[in-house]
Design a protein around this ligand. Structure first.
Ligand code: FMN
Length: 341
């Protein structure tokens, strides 16, 4: 896999990675991405068809636990229902305040597949796919290679990088702790690596010889230059695109990124059961169990209602550590500026 442009638009499911953003990014020659997580396969396939003519666009998929070789099945099942029931109780005051009903624990666990098999079938038409949240087995890499799909894996440690390369990854996205949104720690129960991005890039560089892209806190041309000096083929930017005209970031998210001048972001499991980085709010005072995607299903009605009501206390406000430097304007302008290093 060759990166012809120094910038990649990091995938951002849940709205920000709109088709408009992917088209604008691809039109500059940079690699655009669609966030394929939490959507049906049919929808992702349709989105891809509507952006494909603009240039290079990859599709990012969430690896479900059932396909993730890093999951310790016995451990991850331990006390799952009880932990979810206790967490659901803690969510009730938030639900009541917003006037929404929460699903039962059974309902929250009814479909944990994220339409994975159908997405893999659709992937034969996608030249570039990246996986986050886990590492599928080598046979899946082989299957995608048969349809000439280049396959990337987001990794957060040197050990994950080595395993991904061994399984057949064509490229890696090395995600540092600075990154906004979810961290792609492969073991859902795992403690995220704390090495800052530049050091993590060096650690990965020492153990793999496939191309890698850097992600996490990259906000300026100087940041792009720095990660390339540490061996990255390209810089993946997420937060730097959240305020662009084409991003599908919701109005509350945009407002909070522009007005919360604290500069503080924190890691939390509360929004989904997996670790993510967000601006700080009241919901984050709760402790959620490491049970993905059920915790996500439980919190969805609260997050949606909060966005609708423009109530920043109880929804995810994903942001990387560099969010104070996020700029408004067109994605083309920002990509060209970032690439000017
Ligand atoms: C709002 C938001 C949503 C995200 N959603 C995804 C996703 O669907 N898949 C994924 O692999 N990473 C996701 N991420 C992580 C980004 O792909 C990327 O690693 C991160 O944004 C890089 O750090 P930065 O935000 O400091 O640029 C998301 C990040 C944000 C901010």
């Amino acid at each position: 896999m060759e990166f012809r442009h120094p910038i990649v638009a990091a995938p951002m499911a849940g709205g920000p990675s709109s088709n408009e953003l992917a088209r604008a990014v691809a039109s500059t020659g940079a690699l655009g991405f669609l966030g394929g997580g939490n959507k049906t396969a049919a929808r992702v396939a349709e989105d891809y068809r509507s952006v494909a003519a603009s240039g290079d666009v990859g599709v990012n998929l969430f690896v479900p636990d059932a396909a993730n070789t890093a999951v310790d099945v016995a451990k991850s099942q331990q006390g799952r229902a009880e932990k979810l029931a206790a967490f659901r109780e803690e969510l009730l005051p938030f639900a009541q305040r917003l006037g929404v009903e929460l699903p039962t624990v059974e309902q929250a666990g009814a479909d944990v597949s994220d339409d994975w098999e159908a997405k893999l079938e659709a992937a034969v038409e996608w030249p570039i796919v990246s996986f986050t949240f886990g590492l599928p087995g080598p046979e899946l890499f082989q299957r995608l290679h048969e349809s000439n799909t280049d396959v990337g894996v987001t990794v957060t440690s040197a050990a994950e990088a080595r395993n991904a390369a061994d399984h057949g990854a064509d490229f890696l996205v090395v995600q540092g702790p600075e990154a906004g949104g979810h961290r792609s720690v492969h073991d859902p129960l795992g403690v995220p690596e704390t090495l800052e991005l530049a050091e993590l890039l060096d650690a990965v560089h020492a153990v793999v010889d496939i191309p890698f892209v850097a992600a996490g806190g990259i906000m300026t041309p100087e940041d792009v230059h720095k990660v390339r000096a540490h061996g990255a083929s390209a810089a993946a930017v997420g937060t730097a695109l959240l305020l662009t005209d084409e991003a599908g970031s919701n109005a509350l998210h945009r407002y909070m990124l522009r007005t919360d001048r604290s500069g503080i972001t924190q890691l939390t499991r509360v929004f989904s059961g997996r670790v993510s980085r967000s601006l700080v709010n009241e919901l984050m005072s709760l402790d959620a169990p490491a049970v993905y995607p059920e915790v996500n299903a439980l919190t969805v009605p609260i997050k949606r209602a909060a966005i609708e009501a423009r109530d920043p206390r109880s929804t995810h406000l994903f942001a990387g550590t560099g969010y104070l430097q996020a700029r408004t304007g067109s994605a083309v302008e920002i990509i060209e500026w970032l690439a000017s290093s």
